[in-house]
Write a protein that binds this ligand. Structure first.
Ligand SMILES: Cc1cc2nc3c(=O)[nH]c(=O)nc-3n(C[C@H](O)[C@H](O)[C@H](O)COP(=O)(O)OP(=O)(O)OC[C@H]3O[C@@H](n4cnc5c(N)ncnc54)[C@H](O)[C@@H]3O)c2cc1C
Length: 602
């Protein structure tokens, strides 16, 4: 079909939110409750967003089961992120945490309970009491289906607050006016194949992560980084994209996640000698050290020949000593995943696991109100009018170079709410919409028509598979400078092929081939941002571990290669010319003292 501006319809809202995951729906709830006219777009039914897959818990220092306070949580998050997180944003998040969790409880969230009626909390990697002394119980959990419970709770509250959902609508591009302000988005209605313009005073991106740029991933198939692609095409930089988290316990061969809550409940990792090897690498926290640490330790065991199985290419997660009763009560989904994806009964035998891509620490740069910030007027923190971003697609930055488990669900709640409040405040002062530019839909029309008119070319999924294979090979747990440099060239070459993708099926109605081809245009932005940012960072920090800058062989896990003098700064990648820039880390918290950098041991 040919797209023309004549058959583009325009609708008007106070706020358009792209994404109905935990972050988008926490923000939309705040807006609908304040009486604003809100449209929430989603590629899938809201409760199928990836937040539904979150298992382990939400971090908040409630102190229900062991002594805790937000200062400890703040310290753990700064250290867990290897001093790349902005300490003002981290303080804000950790202080707000108990408040947003109790709010969620009052919205009807079915948390597990202690005998005294308080919310059940389990230990999680990198979360400690008394500044690293011992593990703390901080993860508020609903069995191992915390994200499921949270997303359904938020959806129900949004239905009650009369939020308008546009289900199976895919946002394509941001609309910026002559002054550069964001005044709306274009979107494709999947059912009909029609293009629409959504005109808004404010647009909020909450499109989640892009784990699908890698081959082996715990992420849903819809996690293709669309919000970041939209931002990159609109000239907005992506921040800290070199930092990708590998989760230590993906099911070997399947990629499906086994929550860190397993180890929180007492599961342990074993090598082929039956040894609990984490005792060697992290004497205090052992299996509950942060994820970058545990993933590197696992890879090191495998590299040194102590992997399990015929190819010695995985390690084992042992849970049977927890007892069948605890497993069925606290980890029912993990039990099912074991049976369905590995043919293993975890109440009886250990399950094969490998580090698997899980989470992106980087994203669209924002401040603590969720406003997208740009480099203007000599500063990197100038808010862009009309655009906000929250959740995994954003970079506030609270996770720095390595996120602690449970801090993402928390980030969705804290910054979803904060952005909602800020937008309500802005809307109350701004009566009129800025006008739409005359050419509002042209850029998207051109993109669509290029796809429609191309007669001979490549299948989009062949290009997508090459992106995934390249990222897996050149941006893994352990990286090397030579391999990353080669990855940069390969991704640039794949980018050239995007322009020759052909749509074999050009039908209008629910054409998933068209959707997938458009998604590949987002994957490539995220992949190139990652590869170029990674190759430029000449140090080890958090999840970015480069052999060339590593610690001597007697201690291969803790990255000595961190170079605070030159590299304690955020990366900014711009699509145009694939150019890099940098900005300083905010070391000053809001009210407390800075946590000064030191070597990370656990
Ligand atoms: C298996 C798994 C387990 C996890 N467990 C935990 C945990 O226990 N604790 C924790 O803190 N974190 C956990 N995480 C991380 C956390 O769940 C995610 O970071 C978080 O849920 C992301 O939420 P979000 O709101 O940013 O986006 P998502 O929940 O991913 O939602 C994105 C939304 O954007 C929509 N969208 C995307 N592109 C478009 C487009 N172009 N047009 C329209 N809509 C679009 C989608 O349809 C969807 O509604 C886990 C992650 C995974 C993958």
């Amino acid at each position: 079909m040919a797209y023309t501006s004549k058959n583009v319809t325009t609708r008007k809202f106070d706020v358009v939110i792209v994404g109905a995951g935990g972050s988008g729906m926490r923000a939309s709830l705040q807006l609908s409750l304040a009486g604003l006219n809100v449209a929430v777009l989603s590629k899938v039914f809201p409760t199928r967003s990836h937040t539904v897959a979150a298992q382990g818990g939400i971090g908040a220092s409630l102190g229900n089961m062991s002594e805790d306070n937000w200062h400890y949580h703040f310290y753990d998050t700064v250290k867990g992120g290897d001093w790349l997180g902005d300490q003002d944003a981290i303080e804000f998040m950790c202080r707000e945490a108990p408040k947003v969790v109790y709010e969620l409880e009052h919205f009807g969230m079915p948390f597990d309970r202690n005998p005294d009626g308080t919310i059940y909390q389990r230990p999680f990697g990198g979360h400690t009491a008394n500044y690293g002394e011992k593990p703390v119980q901080r993860a508020c959990a609903a069995a191992d289906r915390t994200g499921h419970a949270m997303l359904h709770t938020l959806y129900q509250q949004n239905v009650r607050a009369k939020t308008s959902f546009f289900v199976e609508w895919m946002a394509l591009d941001l609309i910026r006016d002559a002054e550069g302000d964001v005044v709306g988005v274009t979107a494709l209605e999947m059912e009909t194949g029609d293009l629409h313009v959504l005109h808004a005073k404010t647009v909020l991106l909450a499109t989640g992560g892009a784990g699908r740029i890698f081959q082996a991933s715990t992420n849903a198939f819809i996690n293709t980084g669309d919000g970041m692609g939209m931002a990159a095409r609109a000239g907005i930089p992506l921040q800290d994209m070199e930092f990708w988290q590998f989760h230590p316990t993906g099911v070997a061969g399947a990629g499906v996640l086994l929550t860190e809550g397993c180890r929180g409940e007492g599961a342990i990792l074993l090598n082929s000698n039956g040894e609990r090897f984490m005792e060697r690498y992290a004497p205090t926290l052992k299996d509950l050290a942060p994820r970058d640490f545990v993933s590197r330790s696992m890879d090191q065991e495998i590299k040194e020949g102590r992997g399990c199985g015929p190819n010695k290419d995985y390690v084992l997660l042992k849970l049977d000593h927890l007892g069948a009763e605890t497993i069925h009560k606290r980890l029912p989904s993990v039990y099912e995943i074991g049976v369905n994806f590995a043919n293993v009964d975890i109440t009886r035998e250990p399950i094969p696991v490998v580090p698997t891509i899980h989470y992106q620490m980087g994203g669209i740069p924002t401040n603590i109100h969720g406003q997208v910030v740009l480099q203007r007027n000599g500063s990197h923190v100038d808010p862009l009018n009309g655009l906000y971003a929250v959740g995994e697609c954003s970079c506030v930055s609270v996770h720095g170079a390595n996120r602690l488990g449970t801090n993402s669900l928390l980030d969705l709640l804290v910054f979803g709410k904060a952005a909602g409040n800020h937008i309500v405040d802005y809307a109350s002062k701004t009566k009129a919409h800025k006008p739409l530019p005359a050419n509002a839909a042209d850029f998207s029309l051109e993109r669509l028509n290029k796809l429609e008119s191309r007669a001979k070319g490549e299948y989009s999924q062949d290009v997508a598979n090459d992106i995934r294979a390249t990222m897996q090979a050149h941006a893994g747990v352990f990286r090397s400078q030579a391999s990353m440099d080669e990855g940069v060239k390969k991704i640039a070459a794949i980018r050239e092929r995007i322009g020759s993708i052909e749509l074999k099926d050009k039908s209008a109605v629910f054409n998933t081939a068209r959707i997938e081809a458009l998604e590949v245009e987002n994957l490539i932005e995220v992949a190139q941002a990652t590869m170029v940012s990674a190759a430029a960072r000449k140090e080890c920090r958090g999840a970015h571990t480069v052999d060339d800058y590593e610690r001597p062989a007697d201690d291969p896990v803790a990255p000595l290669g961190r170079n605070d003098a030159e590299w304690m700064k955020h990366t900014l990648w711009y699509a145009e010319g694939s150019r890099l820039d940098y900005k300083p880390v905010q070391m000053k918290p809001l009210t407390v003292e800075t946590v000064p950098p030191k070597v990370r041991t656990f």
